[in-house]
Ligand binder design. Sequence first.
Ligand SMILES: [Cu+2]
Length: 448
Amino acid sequence: MKPNTTHYQLTASEFDWKISDNKTVKAWGFNNTLPGPVIKAKKGDTVVVNVVNNLQEPTMIHWHGIRLEASMDGTGVVQGPILPGEQFEYRFTVPDAGTFWYHSHENEVQQMERGMYGALIVKDDNDPAMDEERIFMIDDMKLTKSNDFKRGNFIQRWVERHDGREGETLLINGKENPLIEIYAGQVERWRFVNSSSARYFRLHLDGNPFKIIATDGGLIESPIEVSEVLLVPGERVDIVVGPFSEGHSFALQSLPYNRVTFKKSVHEKFASVEVKNAKTSRAVLPGQLRSIEPLAPQQAAITRKVKLSVDPSLKRGIDFRVNNELHAEDEPVNAGELQIWEVYNASLMDHPFHLHGFFFQVLEINGIAPAYLAWKDTVNLAPRTKVKIAWIPDNRPGRWMYHCHIIEHHQAGMMGHFEVVDPAKGPMASTHAHHGHSCKTESDVETA
Ligand SMILES: [Cu+2]
């Protein structure tokens, strides 16, 4: 099938958003909805998104999980911020099918908390046929009694910096405790995105089994039956649910997960599921979904070590660092060269590690190979844990980054910058932050 070009406009602004009958918040988001509109494309398409900034502050949009050109990654090292009243056109092809998302990459602790995110779904002809497909964006908000986003006193702010911001208002697709109705006998694909600042979402369907079919980088090789799965901030998982019998009802919930924070994790309900009358099913879930070539054997020699740590600081009380630095500058990598990285969490709390723009395979976690092969861009590191990952930078030279996806830790400095170098051309001249005006011209490269 011939690739298409799909156009979207996302207008960022503040608006009233009703999250439940008695709670309305001053949200920041896109096109007056929370989450923003779902961006849909087919594998190989070109997506053009014109972002208009009607907020009172600058913004930038990151396309989480999309293997795009460095200049379209939406971070402060590849573009200038989109200033209030200005716009910027993002244009990229989507080479992989899967569940992706977009979110603000500027002042995220405010902008993401208030709702600046949405899903980006890329389909493919070989996706399994399902009766229905749904997207669930998991989030929470920390609201005051008057439903605003004010931050607390010094101690509360310190805890928030340490733990990441987690609130009591639990959201699925911008709503508190929504009702999900499913027909008896039917089988559905549910795509989950953890778009929260810091919440560890341990998905559980009241004990009803479900099958994992995809992760960050699309389908895995075969469905895996489980009754729970952990989804850390930034991560995605697609599951297949059903068939259920008529009249059955259950809660979509998150089991407690101790990520070693001051705020204690508890069992929480996010939504109610009710099974209606029966309908015939035309869903087919094959035993083999895809094949994934391993990039390297488990014992492959390490080419780089990355250390995440939480250290005392005289100035700030506590620092979140990479390789003992705040906002570290890491060594460049050459396009085409296999990377075997050992990412070590030297701290006593969990951190979700996110690599921009490229997928990796997890080779081992503390010496043990994962249960199944998958393409990932976000992986959790429990305290004192070493994760060995393999990835190959394809030839998309420029400035890239990795960071903890707990937004407060990211902002505090737990991130590393590096350059992907085209070996034929050598390092690029510094491409730091040129000004980000709209660059809509007819000569933009069309990828047919
Ligand atoms: Cu962290």
